[in-house]
Design a protein around this ligand. Structure first.
Ligand code: TYM
Length: 328
């Protein structure tokens, strides 16, 4: 069974984009591999964040993983910071990624666009190094992510190539597996932009109540015309809603076009909202139950034990490969 590795950063509130592009997809793939799914809390420190918010967000993500059906018996769910090998491996791997390539990362460029150059934290710049360490630490060939993380996985692949060329077959080559439907859920207020945790307008948050979720879908920006047709260039708003509907109902774009052939945007939006509520109502109820129980900490403790065991082996292999004198 091939290992699967992925994570979510506990900054801001999780969005429908995170749900469809990541969480729901993790739950889908968990049975055809050996998954390690974590909370990327060290990554959350790369931009200023309130300590209490970080703690709460971290617990929340664990609860959302469980509410979405991740089975802690088969899926190792853990906090990145609870497995110190992530940080140790990053210290070694930082020597095999170059400043030029790090400065070309889209996420880095986006995040620093409006920042004062003198006040950009080293951690934000070195973000992909830690992410590469996360990835290779579990010898996982499969990395399920939304589209915006592919560039980072590609950089991890470059690193593995570079490292293995020098030291032999030490690291397992990872590969991004982009979510089939919903790899890039767009903002509801501007469908040319990605739905992100830092865009309060146009986002559906998993913490929104059901009424707000419905309202946000009903007031989503649509396009000229009345035809429900998948056409990302000319109908970005409708295409985005179709993607959401398809991800929630498993219907294909053709089936959706047929279903709404003689209906307008209003009918279509109502159906998208219904499908969303259908999925979110039980999901949010499970989340409430989980977050108010002691399960989260139990799962994270067990996850720490299992993840550490796997991580230790890889770190040791890397230490030995580069020539660090390791004691028995
Ligand atoms: P993060 O926390 O920004 O996002 C978590 C996951 O959600 C996906 N995603 C989306 N998918 C579809 N539509 C959207 N609008 C959307 N927004 C977010 C992301 O692609 C991602 O899969 N650097 C990572 C966390 C991380 C990681 C890792 C992931 C750290 N180490 C190792 C994989 C492997 C991040 O910030 O994701």
């Amino acid at each position: 069974m091939a290992r699967i590795l992925s994570g979510i950063k506990p900054t801001g509130q999780l969005t429908l984009g995170n749900y469809i592009g990541a969480i729901k997809n993790f739950a889908r793939v968990q049975h055809d591999g050996e998954p390690f799914i974590f909370i990327a809390d060290l990554h959350a420190l790369t931009l200023p964040i309130d300590p209490k918010t970080l703690r709460n967000n971290s617990r929340d993500i664990a609860a959302y993983y469980l509410a979405a059906g991740l089975d802690p018996k088969t899926t190792t769910i853990f906090l990145q910071s609870s497995v110190h090998e992530h940080s140790e491996l990053a210290i070694i791997l930082q020597n095999y990624l170059y400043m030029g390539e790090l400065s070309r990362m889209t996420q880095y460029k986006d995040k620093t666009q409006k920042m004062d150059n003198n006040a950009i934290g080293l951690g934000l710049f070195a973000y992909p190094v830690l992410m590469a360490a996360d990835i290779v630490l579990y010898d996982a060939p499969r990395i399920p992510v939304g589209e915006d993380q592919v560039q980072h996985v590609e950089l991890a692949r470059d690193l593995v190539k570079r490292f293995n060329n020098r030291y032999g077959d030490v690291l397992v080559m990872p590969k991004a597996e982009v979510t089939k439907v919903g790899k890039r859920i767009m903002s509801l207020s501007d469908p040319t932009k990605k739905m992100s945790k830092s865009d309060p307008k146009g986002d559906i948050y998993l913490s929104d109540d059901l009424k707000t979720m419905r309202k946000k879908i009903m007031s989503a920006v649509t396009d000229l015309g009345h035809e429900v047709k998948y056409d990302v260039v000319n109908k970005p708003g409708i295409s985005n809603l179709m993607t959401i509907y398809s991800a929630l109902t498993n219907k294909t774009m053709e089936e959706i076009e047929q279903e709404f052939a003689n209906k307008g945007y209003g009918d279509f939006k109502r159906s998208v909202a219904d499908a969303l509520i259908n999925e979110m109502e039980p999901f949010k109820a499970r989340y409430e139950q989980i977050i108010n129980s002691g399960i989260v900490d139990e799962v994270l403790k067990e996850g720490q034990i299992r993840a550490s065991k796997a991580a230790k082996e890889t770190l040791k292999r890397v230490q030995q490969a580069v020539g660090l004198y390791t004691l028995k």
